[in-house]
Design a protein around this ligand. Sequence first.
Ligand code: DHB
Ligand code: FE
Length: 322
Amino acid sequence: MARIVAGIGSSHVPAIGAAIDNNKTEEPYWRRVFSGFEKSQAWMRETKPDVAIIVYNDHASAFSVDLIPTFALGCAAEFPPADEGWGPRPVPVVQGYPALASHIAQSVILDEFDLTICNKMEVDHGLTVPMNLLFGKVDKNAHWPCPVIPLAVNVVMYPPPTGHRCFMLGRAIRKAVESYPEDLKVVIFGTGGLSHQISGPRAGLINSKWDKAFLDNLSNNPQKLVKIPHVDYMREAGAEGIEMVMWLIMRGALDDKVDEVYRFYTVPASNTAVGHIILANRPRASHRRTVPGAHKGSAARKAKAPARRAAARAKAAVVRGR
Ligand code: DHB
Ligand code: FE
């Protein structure tokens, strides 16, 4: 069966894409940002996912105020980079995975999450910048290392989905992936954020205390995050901080208990607090492939648990004199 092995959270600041495209990554300002993703790129090379589900938001590139799907799943064979005003980014066309994407669409819609299905869609910095951060710079004429299933979430026009709805959609996506018969190693990205506000009197707002608590809870206590109302994101993390609800889809697709493999946080990049986290599902005894950073011991311990329990029962019986 297919299995989600890890979740990745990453900001998607468009200026990061411009720094890559214009060869500015070695400048001190950008070095600080990119150095935080070196370990993650090594982890990704080692993990070698067969497919990535990338939860992101479109910034009026593929959609506009004419058409605002709350959740839109990319089922196409490919997704070209969108022209966001300076021509399309010089990155490869993103290859899709139509068979798994349409399986997810069917499973999730029959589970009562009414997704929009996109058979043609361009993708903007919301998707391509996190791909660069995790996969590195890839020549426009080469290929990204794995196919991608984009899931676009409306966080641009009110009303966006609630954190709880996002988390439950993640759960439904996990069920969909696990009912796909092919043996695929899947990673899921939650992107956007962290705190930032781009316009208005509070432009430039960054709230590191809020961001760090969000990352802590994402790792250890996501149920606390699903209760946060939109207005709290807006007040505490800025108007664009609402992008953070997308990370809850990623978290909902993981097990309740996960291993935090890596975390990075820096302020600022452009107007934004950059946050990044890698959370790994613990390997299950039934699944042969593991992921770097996940506690390999726990599955082996679980597999031996019945034998351990039997030994403990026998010992207790001896102690009780039976
Ligand atoms: C910025 C951040 C974003 O998330 C975005 O979509 C656009 C701009 C910024 O920091 O400028
Ligand atoms: Fe954004």
